[in-house]
Design a protein around this ligand. Structure first.
Ligand SMILES: Cc1cc2nc3c(=O)[nH]c(=O)nc-3n(C[C@H](O)[C@H](O)[C@H](O)COP(=O)(O)OP(=O)(O)OC[C@H]3O[C@@H](n4cnc5c(N)ncnc54)[C@H](O)[C@@H]3O)c2cc1C
Ligand code: FES
Length: 339
């Protein structure tokens, strides 16, 4: 039977149908709760149950601990109401509201091996249809068997003739397909845009942009949007990779320093002699902490490996004074089995 959910601080209310999650019902009603992976892995959608009971669904321990659950928290991308609910959650304002989520066919235009284990995939959407999105958001590729893989869009919305994705070879079935059988002119199904990782344009705070590996993709979209929109907030971009070859668009990132108030700091964790590397080394988020011991006046946008995103959030808020609400992230968690 349908259940009513009320968000305590705003008073916004919506109905959840049988079998629906709180997040899915909120989005259907045009109410946007902060979220990332949509499969119980990243923890972005976590909020408090003030009144009522839920079926907590399936999720990863790293997204919500037993202690948090006992303290009244729930992951709203998984939680299904058993009663009417009152909840506390991070509601997202106007920017992302009203953006329609669409399922569309897309043609593979170009496959470019930009690094030994990274493919840039250019997709063409139907000419008579438009995907409205914000720089930093992601799409799902819907595979033939109905399973899904999430990938961030690397192009900014003003540059939407092709949709560009940067795919790392994780060795899983979809990676194997992309790095093996996929060819130009193949048709894929794309659904999106999803997620609440996008630039908060109402803020004037200086920004730290933090990427690891293919986490560079949505950061690229955000920087290109900033350049296009003439936004003049100071930005420092940190891109962490293992070896030099992984910095697959290093020249592009360097070129941004000429055009914008942007400083670019590449960081390698496992540089080899062949890299002849004289730049920064170690964990990328530690490089940020060395340069910015006080982040209390900043916003941070972090994207890529879950371990990097989690460490950055933990250390920046606990040790550098970053307010938790000024940390925005998309954690590249693996797809849930059968997702
Ligand atoms: C919001 C969001 C945005 C994302 N954007 C991007 C993107 O722009 N570019 C990109 O390369 N990836 C991105 N990812 C990650 C990507 O969706 C997953 O890694 C996906 O599972 C890869 O599919 P697969 O079939 O290759 O591997 P799977 O079949 O899903 O996994 C195969 C094996 O690889 C391991 N594995 C898979 N993914 C990861 C991972 N991320 N970290 C560590 N081990 C892994 C699995 O544990 C498993 O053992 C994003 C994820 C999310 C949630
Ligand atoms: S855990 Fe809910 S969106 Fe990631």
């Amino acid at each position: 039977m349908p259940r009513q959910v009320t968000i305590q601080s705003s008073g916004h209310a919506f109905t959840v149908n049988d079998g629906e999650t709180v997040l899915a019902a909120a989005l259907r009603a045009g109410i946007v709760i902060a979220y990332g992976c949509r499969h119980g892995s990243c923890g972005t959608c976590k909020g408090r149950l003030v009144a009522g009971a839920v079926d907590y669904g399936t999720y990863q321990e790293q997204a919500m601990t037993e202690a948090e659950r006992s303290a009244g928290m729930a992951l709203f991308c998984q939680a299904k109401p058993l009663t009417d609910l009152t909840i506390q959650c991070r509601e997202i304002g106007t920017a992302v509201k009203g953006i329609q989520i669409k399922l569309m066919p897309a043609r593979v235009m170009k496959l470019t091996r930009v690094a030994p284990d990274v493919m840039a995939l250019d997709l063409k959407l139907p000419a008579n249809d438009k995907l409205v999105f914000l720089a930093g958001q992601y799409v799902d590729l819907v595979l033939r068997d109905g399973t899904r893989r999430s990938f961030s869009m690397a192009n900014a919305p003003h540059d939407d003739a092709v949709l560009q994705l940067h795919l790392r070879n994780y060795g899983g079935p979809f990676s194997q397909h992309v790095f093996g059988a996929m060819k130009e002119r193949d048709i894929l199904r794309v659904e999106g845009p999803f997620g609440t990782f996008f630039l908060r344009e109402e803020s004037t705070k200086p920004m730290i942009l933090l990427a690891s590996g293919t986490g560079f993709a949505p950061i690229k979209a955000i920087v290109e949007h900033v350049l296009h929109a003439g936004i003049t907030r100071p930005m420092t971009l940190y891109w962490g990779c293992r070896v030099g070859a992984d910095l697959y668009m290093n020249a592009l990132a360097e070129s941004w320093q000429r055009d914008a108030k942007l400083r670019y700091v590449p960081v390698l964790s496992d540089a080899t002699a062949a890299d002849h590397w004289t730049g920064r080394t170690g964990f990328v988020h530690r490089a940020v902490m060395e340069d910015f011991p006080d982040l209390s006046g900043h916003q941070v946008y972090a994207c890529g490996a879950p371990v990097m995103v989690d460490s950055a959030r933990q250390d920046f808020t606990a040790r550098c004074g970053l307010p938790d609400e000024e940390f925005f992230s998309d954690s590249f968690t693996p797809a849930a089995p059968g997702s």
